[in-house]
Design a protein around this ligand. Structure first.
Ligand SMILES: O=C[C@H](O)[C@H](O)[C@H](O)COP(=O)(O)O
Length: 226
């Protein structure tokens, strides 16, 4: 049995070329891509400029001697490799299962080639089985919760180790269970209009390449031509 996350992550790392600016994703699938990038930096002497989507990924990259830069130096990114919680047939995503959605989205929006790596269980017909993470400011979060609930979802304030989960940006996450999201684009606009919302985990029209790892060892690479 192959590890689908590992083979997808390693395949994605093969898209990176010497001299590129690279966005490093967050999560258990991006972990394998970052490790492979670290190995390529070490073995092939690749010269890269990398930026991370979370403190966790930045720390991992530093351990692997991957050069990390800030936004003072990086205006545009050649390739970002990141995981996702769900990907629909139109390449739209739910992200933020690990709470990194805001930094991930900032990085996705300055990326020329956005590569998403998943195992096949995450490739779905339509989004919504996975709860949609919404990052909200702490002030008045209960009222932001009410506005979101009025959209027809069940919500949980995210916790970790029995404490309220705090993002890298000092905010809370409300996990919104919509069951099925009919129109991700209009839902994103609606959520963005709610006061207190910082960002939501819908990534619309961003993915260029989707890499799906399977336990058989097969890797499917789908290009978004839309
Ligand atoms: O906040 C976390 C990110 O959006 C992750 O990329 C996403 O949750 C997928 O994570 P994993 O690869 O661990 O399933």
């Amino acid at each position: 049995m192959n590890n689908p996350k590992k083979i997808a992550g390693e395949k994605a790392a093969s898209f990176i070329k010497d001299g590129m600016t690279v966005g490093l994703g967050t999560g258990s699938t991006a972990f394998f891509a970052i490790h492979k990038i670290g190995a390529r930096v070490k073995e092939e002497g690749l010269k890269l400029k990398c930026i991370a989507t979370s403190i966790e990924s930045e720390n991992l990259a530093k351990e692997l001697n991957i050069p990390i830069f800030g936004f003072e130096e990086i205006k545009e990114i050649d390739i970002t490799i990141d995981g996702a919680d769900e990907v629909d047939k139109n390449f739209n995503l739910i992200k933020g299962g690990g709470g990194a959605l805001l930094r991930e989205k900032i990085i996705a929006y300055i990326t020329k080639h956005y590569i998403i790596i998943v195992d096949e269980t995450k490739h779905v017909e339509s989004l919504g089985k996975f709860h949609l993470p919404v990052e909200v400011v702490q002030f008045g979060w209960q009222r932001t919760f009410d506005h979101l609930q009025n959209l027809g979802c069940e919500i949980k304030l995210r916790e970790k180790n029995k404490e309220v989960f705090i993002t890298d940006n000092g905010n809370y996450i409300l996990d919104c269970n919509f069951k099925k999201i009919e129109n991700p684009e209009s839902l994103q606009t609606t959520i963005h209009n709610i006061p207190g919302v910082v960002e939501c985990g819908l990534f619309i029209n961003r993915t260029n390449t989707l890499i799906i790892g399977k336990p058989s060892g097969e890797i499917e690479v789908l290009e978004n031509k839309g």
